[in-house]
Design a protein around this ligand. Structure first.
Ligand SMILES: C[S@@+](CC[C@H](N)C(=O)[O-])C[C@H]1O[C@@H](n2cnc3c(N)ncnc32)[C@H](O)[C@@H]1O
Length: 234
């Protein structure tokens, strides 16, 4: 179904999905991943080494858990901007980060409202799959990064071991049913599974990064490739 949507239709559809799931977003992440998304996000943040003069964009920040982890690691860090397209998701981030010095902005990844060469790091956790124009978003990310700045991207990916891949695919088959039971929202979990299946695997995404012009690209699998972290340098 997703493949047949125009960019505008996908953008509207995805925004509606996140508006509908926003209230239960964090709880459902815990239930559906058996809590493992917390570990993945910790691994993601463990990669990042900052100093206080640098600037960070948490793109498609959702409920703000990536930024919260970053601020737990660097409690005095002040140059953090969170952005997301969905206002209800941003409300969750605002509540979560009350008390921290951050800026929270509503915008779409395809048109970032920042000047070029601004950020030292752009962090993107489980966002890229949802964008209506992946190449445009990646170009925008590269544009707003400083020269030698880093893009860290975590997304669902392709499991390496065939047996484990079979098991994970079985889980993806039942996920929409679980979504209708626990979140009363089958559509959102059908979308989740379809968007995972359509998303480029580790090699394809690395090629996309190369095409956009990122350098020194590295890829690290998590849980044998259930998710992967791609790192690119501008
Ligand atoms: C699966 S959530 C990820 C949230 C968070 N980063 C995390 O790891 O839990 C995806 C987020 O991407 C946002 N999003 C979808 N399309 C977007 C776009 N074109 N530009 C910016 N944000 C977008 C959604 O609103 C949603 O909050």
């Amino acid at each position: 179904m997703l493949e047949n949507l125009s960019k505008l239709e996908k953008s509207k559809y995805v925004n509606k999905i996140f508006s509908n799931v926003s209230k239960s977003y964090d709880l459902m992440n815990d239930i559906m991943s058996f809590g493992s998304h917390r570990l993945w996000k910790k691994i993601f943040i463990d990669f990042i080494q900052l100093n206080e003069n640098q600037s960070v964009l948490d793109l498609a920040c959702g409920s703000g858990d990536i930024s919260e982890l970053l601020l737990k690691k660097y409690p005095y860090f002040e140059n953090l901007i969170l952005s997301d397209k969905n206002l209800l998701m941003l409300d969750l981030a605002k509540k979560r980060l009350k008390g921290y010095k951050t800026r929270i902005i509503c915008n779409s990844a395809e048109n970032l409202p920042f000047k070029s060469n601004y950020f030292d790091f752009v962090l993107l956790s489980f966002g890229l799959r949802n964008f209506s124009d992946m190449n445009k978003s990646l170009s925008e990310i590269k544009r707003v990064l400083k020269k030698n700045g880093y893009f860290y991207c975590m997304e669902f990916s392709q499991v390496n071991k065939p047996n484990f891949r079979g098991l994970v695919n079985l889980y993806y088959d039942v996920l929409p049913k679980l979504g209708s039971i626990f979140a009363r929202n089958k559509d959102a979990y059908e979308y989740l599974v379809e968007s995972i299946k359509l998303f480029p695997n580790q090699i394809e995404l690395t090629k996309k990064f190369e095409y956009i012009g990122f350098r020194e690209i590295e890829c690290f699998d998590i849980f044998d490739g259930v998710a992967s972290i791609h790192i690119g340098k501008k």
